[in-house]
Write a protein that binds this ligand. Structure first.
Ligand code: ADP
Ligand code: MG
Length: 323
């Protein structure tokens, strides 16, 4: 029902950037090779995400907007497992309950697309339409029916910057997928498809870092650290350009940032931050992902070997670059 969808929306959808994250992750799940994100007023008045992925039939589309319908929860054990996978099957119904929502989707082998229109969680219309294969989701006037929540949104510029950050993180995690971000018809980010991590990182970290990136690849025991780190000379005044992936998931961890600094071993000026993309791979049972899907904190069962590997990966890459 609408109320429980709105309550769930408070968990899943906090701001325009969380809508973008959920939609783009869906596109990636649908094996899209190109994803376009459009926003207006920092996503407050419009978010539109379109992809060339598998698309949905009419039946599947209707299931997708029904809360829990797509959830993989069937038993009590599944309910317990939800803790590690987040609120599955809730994203679309949640955002549809707090916006003017439109889904247009066509499977690759179908002739017509299905269009589902909703407002404030109410289904307005389902119709056939012409559209390219793939999926387009439009979220307009986010929180129009929950003014208390709308009040918490920041300026268009700030919300737009969150969207850009979110997309940059997703783009780093999926370098083979092409992404474009438009703000009111103006192209603000372009990540071409079929890139490798180094080239994607050059685009995300920016021109000043691009010529000074060193590749990392270091393994010890169960832990492998790959990615890129930038020459200390191009360090920044803020930590905003440190991206950490643990088992492909973009997360935050102060300990890894500290380990990164140790890898730079005094080469970074005081009060400045390195730029880096750090990808840690370790057995899944060694990581505890926070129960909340929108939070990015994690817990390592045993953090020390991970931190040591990060430090060693950076140090090794920087030493190799000096030779
Ligand atoms: P979840 O991703 O957790 O399953 P969502 O509410 O995000 O829940 O999406 C519901 C379902 O709708 C997905 O499981 C998927 O089957 C379908 N879906 C959503 N977005 C897309 C998309 N861009 N392309 C194809 N299918 C999609
Ligand atoms: Mg989803």
């Amino acid at each position: 029902d609408i109320l429980s969808n709105q309550i769930a929306a408070g968990e899943v959808v906090q701001r325009p950037a969380s809508v973008v994250k959920e939609l783009v992750e869906n596109s990636i799940d649908a094996r899209a090779t190109r994803v376009t994100v459009e926003m207006d007023k920092g996503g407050k008045s419009l978010i539109r995400v379109s992809d060339d992925g598998t698309g949905l039939s009419r039946d599947q589309a209707l299931l997708a907007i029904e809360r829990y319908a797509t959830s993989k929860i069937h038993t009590k054990e599944d309910l317990f497992a939800i803790a590690s996978f987040g609120f599955r099957g809730e994203a679309l119904p949640s955002m549809a309950s707090v916006s003017k929502f439109c889904l247009v989707t066509r499977p690759q082998d179908a002739d017509t697309a299905t269009k589902v229109e909703m407002a404030g969680g109410k289904l307005l219309q389902v119709s056939d339409t012409g559209a390219p294969a793939g999926t387009l989701v439009e979220v307009r006037h986010l929180f129009f029916n929950t003014p208390a929540r709308r009040k918490f949104l920041k300026t268009d510029t700030t919300e737009g910057a969150h969207i850009t950050d979110t997309l940059s993180g997703l783009a780093l995690g999926n370098p083979s997928v092409g992404f474009r971000l438009f703000s009111k018809n103006r192209l603000v980010k372009h990540f071409p498809p079929d890139q490798d991590l180094v080239h994607r990182a050059m685009l995300v970290l920016g021109q000043d870092a691009a010529d000074h990136l060193y590749e990392m690849d270091y393994s010890a025991g169960d832990v492998r650290v790959t990615g890129v780190c930038a020459n200390p000379a191009v360090s920044r005044a803020t930590a905003g350009r440190i991206y950490l992936f643990v088992n492909q998931r973009l997360v935050r961890d102060k300990g890894v940032v500290a380990a990164l600094f140790r890898g730079y071993a005094g080469r970074i000026m005081k009060g400045r931050y390195p730029m880096a993309v750090v990808c840690c791979e370790l057995p899944c049972d060694q990581v505890d992902v926070n129960v909340h899907p929108s939070k990015r904190e994690i817990k390592f069962l045993d953090a020390r070997p991970v931190y040591q590997a990060v430090t060693a990966a950076v140090n090794t890459a920087l030493l190799a670059a000096q030779q």
